[in-house]
Design a protein around this ligand. Structure first.
Ligand code: MN
Ligand code: MN
Length: 495
């Protein structure tokens, strides 16, 4: 085939560029990512699993002592167990800037109301309040699992997860049979299912005598009390989330895609986590192999990676940060959202409070890693094909988000896009430009605007998704891997 005229730009499918060994790396990465998704179906579980993986790579909880951290220090701070900040302290002072990857770990779902339990028609149900932008009809007649915490009055936290294992029960929201759907079918999609009707069926076997009141509700409370030691009042201080039951699955005869709950935005959060963990492992792995720095010989177990001193030459120049934030789907507010001053507090803590955070931000770069919409052959009319992200074309760079006239977007500068092109090209990343649907079709936002408002140079890039915000979203394995490579490229760049 003739070479394309270099004056023309045409993006290419990753499968026309990748070698067999690249594809093996993609496959390995996808297997790890699916495990992460299964272990992290809520923001709390995502924090717990991320800390577990980070600690294996030597990250330690940041102490409150305020002591200055040495270059090469690997630290994390959990924000209330619902958001996570990780960092590797660089050789240069913090005031020289940070290389940041930001992604969110909350996903659309059905939260239980604070007084959720009731009975109706001799069945027990939970009232819900949906979280984030959902198409309500997608959440009925599909098995749901329940994840979250009940915090008792004395502060005891009871962790709950029911409906994921094959031997556990699941829950469901019932739908109307089509035979009697004459009136329902006349309604619009948005009107046919109301938020107040998303009630979850949780039981139907009564307790006590036929004449007892609330015996269907009470039967559920008896089970919950026996299993978790809670009573109805404890729901008042609970955070329980109904999410699709089941695990992430390969899609397609060729297994090139993954269906999973919460690709938005755990596909990017996992990419950021993996990228910072990889940088941490690089620091110590090389030292361990160096014969010139022998480690004290001890009998028994080999020393933990955390005790191995970092190789000074391999410590990154700038401090690397990964911010896995909460509440993105409802506006990034609060102590765990991307708007939280906890971010400033963390950065100042990294330098022992010595540096001006504002000065650090001014010299920082943030890749806001969030998913974008992929061109869908079933709905091509909402995209403009020259500018829409395509499945298997790599990580999608979004110069701007917003709606109508780019309203609500921080829009990255052309200079920033050029820097990213350079960094991605140096890092061997397959990438594409993307946009959030065709003009005037709708729109949305990410955490980019909140990072940019801190005076941090910020741009969006992430995994293209099919069926975004549906119970089961679809992504391509290649695109997930390229998002990881994209964040690696930022961490290894001098952007
Ligand atoms: Mn998102
Ligand atoms: Mn979203």
């Amino acid at each position: 085939m003739a070479e394309q005229n270099p004056l023309l730009y045409t993006k290419k499918n990753a499968f026309d560029q990748l070698t067999d060994s690249d594809l093996a790396a993609v496959h390995r990465y996808a297997e790890d990512y699916k495990k992460f998704l299964d272990a992290a179906k809520t923001e709390r579980e995502a924090v717990r699993e991320s800390i577990r993986l980070a600690e294996l790579a030597g990250f330690k909880a940041l102490s409150k002592s305020g002591a200055k951290l040495e270059p090469g220090a690997k630290v994390y701070r959990s924000l209330g167990g619902k958001a996570l900040l990780l960092a590797i302290v660089g050789r240069k002072p913090i005031s020289d800037g940070l290389l940041i990857a930001g992604a969110h770990i909350d996903s659309p779902r059905l939260d239980l109301k604070q007084q959720p339990l009731y009975e109706d028609s001799e069945m027990a149900l939970f009232k819900t309040h949906y979280y984030g932008g959902i198409k309500k009809y997608q959440w009925v007649a599909t098995p749901l699992a329940l994840h979250g915490v009940v915090v008792k009055k004395d502060g005891t936290v009871v962790n709950i997860s029911v409906g994921e294992r094959d031997d556990e029960p699941t829950f469901i929201i019932t739908d109307l049979l089509p035979h009697l759907g004459k009136d329902q079918e006349k309604k619009s999609l948005g009107e046919a299912f109301t938020g107040e009707n998303l009630n979850i069926l949780i039981g139907s076997r009564p307790t006590g005598a036929e004449t007892d009141t609330s015996r269907f509700k009470l039967a559920i409370l008896e089970i919950l009390n026996e299993k978790y030691g809670i009573s109805e009042e404890d729901f008042l201080s609970a955070e329980l989330e109904a999410v699709p039951a089941g695990h992430a699955r390969d899609i397609g005869f060729d297994r090139s895609l993954i269906a999973g709950y919460g690709h938005d935005d755990r596909s990017c959060a996992y990419a950021a986590l993996r990228a910072i963990i990889e940088q941490a492992q690089r620091l110590t792995a090389t030292v361990a192999a160096q014969p010139t720095t022998p480690l004290p010989k001890k009998r028994g177990r080999p020393p933990k990676s955390a005790t191995i001193p970092p190789n000074v030459d391999l410590i990154p120049e700038k401090t690397l940060v990964a911010f896995l934030s909460d509440k993105e789907e409802i506006g990034s507010m609060g102590t765990t959202g991307a708007l939280s001053a906890a971010f400033e507090s963390f950065v100042s803590q990294l330098s022992g409070g010595l540096c001006g955070v504002a000065q650090a931000f001014e010299h920082s770069f943030c890749l806001s890693a969030d998913v974008c919409n992929a061109l869908d052959p079933n709905f091509p009319e909402v995209s403009e094909k020259n500018n829409a992200a395509k499945i298997n074309y790599g990580v999608g760079i979004l110069k701007h988000t917003g709606s109508r006239g780019k309203s609500g977007s921080s829009e990255a500068a052309a200079e920033t896009v050029a820097k990213l092109r350079r960094a991605f090209s140096d890092g061997g990343v397959i990438w594409q430009m993307s946009e959030l649907g065709k003009v005037d079709q709708g729109g949305g936002g990410t955490i980019a605007q909140y990072m940019a408002n801190r005076n941090i140079e910020t741009i969006d890039a992430g995994v293209p998704v099919l069926s975004m915000h549906a119970p089961w979203e679809v992504v391509s394995k290649v695109d997930c891997y390229m998002t990881f490579k994209g964040i690696r490229a930022i961490y290894e760049s001098n952007i």
